[in-house]
Write a protein that binds this ligand. Structure first.
Ligand SMILES: Cc1cc2nc3c(=O)[nH]c(=O)nc-3n(C[C@H](O)[C@H](O)[C@H](O)COP(=O)(O)O)c2cc1C
Length: 191
């Protein structure tokens, strides 16, 4: 079996909180972004961009995010918001994949958003390929307008994912996967 198939059969995300130093260096980061941008993209629109949130900047961003979280009326979710902010601070590296889908005469916005999803997945894989662990996270701060502005995401953009990257420090076990019979069928024309 090829190495690629073996990788795909066993691939797992890491938990962001278990990712530790060493962080990818500048060269590794550029390699990861180059690989992540090599995805299917109808119309060659590159409807995504990548933002590196450095560790020091994230500590400062987190202080403002906590204030924004305290002002949020959804008191019941305060604890989970704070957990998300804490994860955002802890990983050695966070790369935001920003979907910049726009109205186009031929390519529906939905397809452009899908391409951003593909770029995010490819970034997870690229990190693994360079020996790092990775996890695709979103959460409150990727959906709150004020938080998005703070993170440098435009009004007409969305966060496809905040990819948390670092050196794995914990063993991974598999998780339950869907049964093939539940997710796969062969089309049969109705009579
Ligand atoms: C768009 C998207 C957003 C996600 N956001 C979160 C999140 O905010 N928190 C979380 O715990 N998992 C989130 N996940 C799930 C994890 O990235 C991942 O599915 C999980 O860790 C296990 O996946 P694995 O099969 O790659 O190991 C998200 C997944 C996707 C596709």
């Amino acid at each position: 079996m090829s190495e690629l198939v073996e990788y795909l059969k066993t691939r797992r995300s890491d938990l962001a909180m278990t990712l530790v130093d060493p962080a990818p260096n500048e060269r590794d980061i550029e390699t990861m972004i180059t690989l992540a941008s090599r995805v299917p993209d109808h119309g060659k629109l590159a409807p995504w961009r990548f933002v590196e949130y450095r560790h020091d900047d994230r500590q400062n961003l987190a202080k403002t995010l906590i204030i924004m979280s305290d002002q949020d009326n959804d008191v019941a979710r305060k604890e989970s918001r704070e957990k998300e902010i804490s994860r955002f601070q802890s990983a050695p590296l966070v790369i935001g994949v920003i979907s910049c889908a726009r109205v186009h005469p031929k390519v529906p916005e939905w397809e452009q958003v899908l391409s951003a999803g593909a770029a995010t997945m490819q970034l997870l894989i690229a990190a693994n390929g360079l020996g790092y662990g990775s996890q695709w996270l979103t959460g409150w701060y990727t959906q709150n307008d004020n938080a998005l502005k703070l993170l440098g995401v435009g009004d007409d953009e969305q966060v496809a994912g905040m990819v948390h990257i670092g050196t794995p420090s914990a063993e991974k076990t598999d998780r339950t996967r869907p049964e093939l019979s539940d997710i796969f069928s062969r089309y049969s024309p109705s009579k």
